[in-house]
Design a protein around this ligand. Structure first.
Ligand SMILES: [Zn+2]
Length: 460
């Protein structure tokens, strides 16, 4: 592609990702100047052939992550990578992430539809990066991760078919700004330490109110007001939804939100979702067909196009079709009863917790980062003689913590998400694979502890 197009899309100082080859994940990625057919199809009429990078695996290319199986002749495409669930933002330079964030709004069609000036959009991205602090977990890369997940959700064909653009736009914007100026400590810690934020916003949803207030302030500032060309009604609606979505990321409201959405769902939806493997064989077959060959990162180190299994028997197919129709009923029912906002809350919450459902390489790295932040808080609590927050002591088992968090806290949310948007079924499957891996790790921990106890009990 020529530089002209990228200059139009990225007219400010944000560097487009189109300049020559670069090394990422130990591989050389090159700009081939072509958009993959899958991306062109997903992006629809807003498709623009900017900066598709790909690299041929080098001879004897070593896998970027344990469990990857890069075969000869497989093309790795940058577009595919950052739109896939394998995305891991720490693999990218921050300037590239800024361009990536802007590209989500371009590709989803929001820049065109809401007439967002690109310079304003890029300034907003830079401001968001500017207020995110350098710390183990709640940093700019977490923001990119959550925004990328919401981008995938709002661009799922089911979401495009059922949700108004303004809702999809609002939740993507909310993801971008959902953790602004996060201090890396929890609301409870802020309360115990008598923080200014607690005094200002109260002890409930302290940080979430702070993030939302900063987000709305950024939309008030002319240089970052991406709603500048919206009608007053659109503007009010985006701001209202954005605030609602950001406040929903408060984990103390997690169960209430899930329970509320569950009440809106048809009774049979959960049973339908439990048959995910049957359904993905058929309902996702068209999706599979249009995915380019790409590396699959999963706990089993399997390789294939999206890891989707081959076709099933006629009976299974009929059953899957039936279940799929039931699931469409779920989203239809929410939409018809005017409950689409519940779907937006599912999107932002699942994206915020998406670490548990990402492929093994990303899942494990994110877990080590959140524990670095937890342990920092655990030490700070001990120093100040605050009541210890659960799971934040270095002696706590990470594996067991993940089994509880992924299996008990997050899984119901992903079941519901998959119940509304069938494209999310593979993410639920990956969550289950991750749980299996953490269970195996916990079993090893127990065996080690038993061996140590046995050794200690033996006379020396
Ligand atoms: Zn977050």
């Amino acid at each position: 592609m020529g530089c002209g197009l990228s200059a139009r899309i990225f007219p400010t100082s944000v560097a487009p990702y189109s300049k020559g080859a670069r090394v990422i994940d130990g591989h050389t990625w090159r700009n081939t100047g072509q958009m993959t057919p899958a991306i062109a199809e997903i992006a629809g009429e807003n498709a623009r052939p900017y900066a598709s990078l790909r690299f041929p695996p080098r001879d004897g290319a070593s896998p970027a992550y344990a469990g990857d199986t890069y075969g000869d002749g497989v093309t790795y495409d940058w577009d595919w990578y950052f739109r896939s669930w394998t995305f891991y933002p720490f693999s990218w330079a921050e300037d590239d992430l800024l361009a990536l964030l802007a590209s989500f709004f371009v590709e989803a069609g929001f820049v065109t539809q809401f007439q967002i000036p690109m310079a304003t959009l890029n300034t907003l991205m830079a401001r968001v990066r500017g207020v995110m602090r350098a710390q183990p977990y709640h940093n700019f890369q977490h923001v990119c991760d959550v925004t990328q997940a919401v981008f995938i959700f709002v661009q799922a064909p089911t979401a495009i078919a059922h949700l108004p653009p303004i809702h999809r736009f609002a939740v993507l914007l909310a993801a971008l700004m959902h953790d602004l100026d996060h201090p890396g400590f929890t609301n409870l810690f802020l309360k115990h330490s008598g923080s200014e934020l607690t005094q200002k916003y109260g002890p409930d949803g302290t940080l979430e109110k702070h993030h939302a207030a900063l987000a709305l302030a950024m939309l008030d500032a002319p240089e970052t007001d991406v709603l500048v060309h919206c009608t007053p009604a659109e503007r009010a609606e985006v701001r209202r939804l954005l605030e609602k979505c950001v406040l929903a990321t408060d984990m103390s409201r997690h169960k209430t939100i899930i329970d509320d959405v569950a009440k809106l769902m048809p009774k049979h939806f959960e049973a339908a979702v439990q048959h995910t493997r049957v359904e993905r064989m058929t309902s996702l077959q068209p999706l599979r067909a249009r995915l380019p060959a790409a590396p699959v990162h999963n706990a089993r180190g399997a390789k294939g196009a999206g890891g989707l299994p081959e076709r099933t028997s006629h009976d299974d197919e009929a059953r899957a079709r039936h279940l799929f129709d039931r699931r469409r009923e779920s989203i239809d029912r929410l939409v018809k009863s005017g409950q689409t906002e519940a779907i937006l809350l599912l999107f932002i919450k699942a994206a915020d917790l998406s670490n548990v459902s990402r492929p093994a390489h990303a899942n494990e790295r994110w877990v080590s980062k959140i524990y670095a932040e937890f342990h920092r808080q655990g030490r700070a609590e001990a120093e100040r003689a605050f009541p210890p927050s659960p799971g934040m002591a270095e002696s706590d088992s990470v594996a067991k913590g993940q089994i509880f968090f992924g299996g008990v806290i997050c899984r119901p949310l992903f079941v519901m998400l998959a119940g509304v948007v069938p494209e999310a079924v593979p993410f639920l499957d990956q969550l289950d694979l991750n749980l299996e891996r953490w269970k195996a790790a916990a079993a090893l921990e127990d065996a080690d502890a038993a061996a140590r106890a046995g050794a200690a009990a033996e006379p020396t």
